[in-house]
Ligand binder design. Structure first.
Ligand code: PMP
Length: 455
């Protein structure tokens, strides 16, 4: 009977029994939230019938929107055929095998193997297991330190939270002692006065080299990074950053792990962010858009350099999850890749919709509370300021951006706020008119916010 109770009852039960992720639990238990009840194309509806344009693709995952019947039908059909079986003990299943093969087709050529998980967090845990095993099998067990970046987001298990560089997460748990952090390539936030973007890009990239020297190359296993930091604020690195990181990785014996959980499957205009930035990772994390967000699935693409070692003896790789290669999730993944392939959507959204999205957002650069507009593909952020030159924030902490987000939500646009930035990742299936409507609603929220602060 749970589905038939009215909204106020549902909200009450939610407040009483449901602990929400990344939420102030006391505040939620007192005030509750919005019950989402239906979605179509790029629109979401709450239980009171309010319709919102989803400018975040769910949580950066429903890149193809909410009405993909091919994926829904594939899930249904697989549930009827083989709803579950594990991939331990010399067993496999057809969707897992076919998805492994299909992923090898769409990922860069160094990848011929995949390890499946249920989420991005577990996939990043798996990266650590793989990197450590790789060096252990070569008789270099001391090569285990991992370098990551401040303000990175790699998930919320203990290992993934340690890899991430989110202060509040580190404040609430003891991170792994073998993970070390360098600065992020966030020019607007940490660039120095009188330092060009390009100079800044080189300076922060060289922090990787300095960190490898400090820790000792013989002790460092890997550097992990998102091609574009998503949750940290859609941080577009300066043009000089990735080429310099690439040089440093090429000159040192460490693995490059690209976390493509957000960038993968078209977000930056190419299939993967590493293609946008011309990088050759040894390990690549994926999740989210692999099933268009309809059912949990994640994994790691593992390069030949690593499998050459893993497949050359040494016994069992002691790692796995009950649902690694779940047949239903893999059927959803296969159907998603089929839709991406048949629709040519990554190409059309990259060459037609994304340039329009970026150009329309750039029109907001002149707005009186906009400090910076940045973006790539269907991925963007707008920094809010009180003063364009001093970059002073609108209010204490992130208050201004929270106000702006609430205004946008009230106007019918689902966008998110991170720090003092508004962030957006609309579905790749958005039309030109829908992008116009997104930018118009955002513009109105900026006006309301500026008026509220008397600017
Ligand atoms: N890596 C990145 C880059 C992410 O953005 C996220 C989730 N937002 C994760 C990993 C973690 O994925 P999950 O929430 O599926 O564990």
């Amino acid at each position: 009977q749970i589905m038939t109770v009215d909204t106020s009852k549902l909200r009450q039960m939610d407040q009483s029994h449901h602990l929400h992720p990344f939420t102030d639990l006391q505040d939620y238990s007192e005030h509750g939230g919005r019950i989402m009840s239906k979605a179509e194309h790029i629109y979401i509806y709450d239980s009171e019938g309010h319709r919102m344009l989803d400018g975040m693709s769910g949580l950066w995952c429903c890149n193809l929107g909410y009405s993909q019947t091919t994926i829904i039908d594939a899930i249904h059909a697989q549930l009827q055929e083989l709803p579950y079986y594990n991939n331990f003990f010399q067993c496999s299943n057809q969707p897992a095998v076919e998805l492994a093969r299909a992923l090898v087709e769409v990922t860069p050529p160094q990848f011929n193997h995949v390890f499946f998980t249920n989420s991005g967090s577990e996939a990043n845990d798996t990266n650590l297991r793989l990197a450590h095993r790789y060096y252990q099998l070569q008789g270099k067990p001391e090569k285990k330190l991992i370098i990551s970046r401040k303000n990175a987001y790699h998930g919320s298990t203990i290992a993934a939270a340690s890899l991430g560089g989110m202060g509040p997460m580190h404040d609430q748990t003891n991170g792994l002692d073998y993970v070390h952090h360098i600065n992020q390539p966030h020019w607007f936030e940490v660039g120095r006065e009188n330092e060009s973007r390009d100079e800044f890009g080189i300076r922060v990239a060289r922090e990787l080299e300095a960190k490898i020297d400090e820790l000792g190359e013989a002790n460092v296993a890997a550097f992990i990074a998102e091609p574009i930091q998503g949750a940290g604020g859609v941080i577009i690195p300066p043009d000089t950053y990735w080429p310099e990181i690439k040089r440093i990785c090429d000159e040192h014996d460490i693995l490059l792990i690209m976390d493509e959980v957000i960038c993968g499957f078209g977000r930056t205009g190419n299939w993967f962010g590493c293609e946008t930035y011309d990088l050759e990772p040894d390990l690549m994390t994926f999740a989210k858009a692999i099933t268009n967000g309809y059912i949990p699935l994640g994994g790691v693409m593992v390069s030949d350099k690593i499998t050459d070692v893993l497949l050359s003896g040494g016994g069992e790789f002691a790692h796995g999850l009950t649902y690694s290669g779940h047949p239903v999730a893999c059927a959803a993944g296969l159907a998603t890749l089929q839709v991406l392939h048949d629709s040519n959507l990554i190409q059309t959204s990259g060459t037609e919709i994304a340039p329009h999205f970026q150009a329309r957002l750039r029109e907001l650069e002149d707005h009186r509370i906009v400090g910076e507009v940045r973006g790539r593909g269907m991925f963007a952020a707008i920094e809010l300021v009180r003063d364009k030159t001093s970059r002073e924030h609108l209010g204490p902490e992130s208050e201004g951006a929270v106000f702006c987000r609430n205004s946008a939500n009230a106007a019918g646009l689902m966008v998110r706020q991170t720090g003092n930035a508004m962030i957006m990742a609309p579905p790749l299936v958005s039309s030109i008119e829908e992008i116009d409507s997104l930018v118009d609603m955002l513009g109105e929220a900026l006006d309301t916010t500026a008026d509220h602060y008397g600017i």
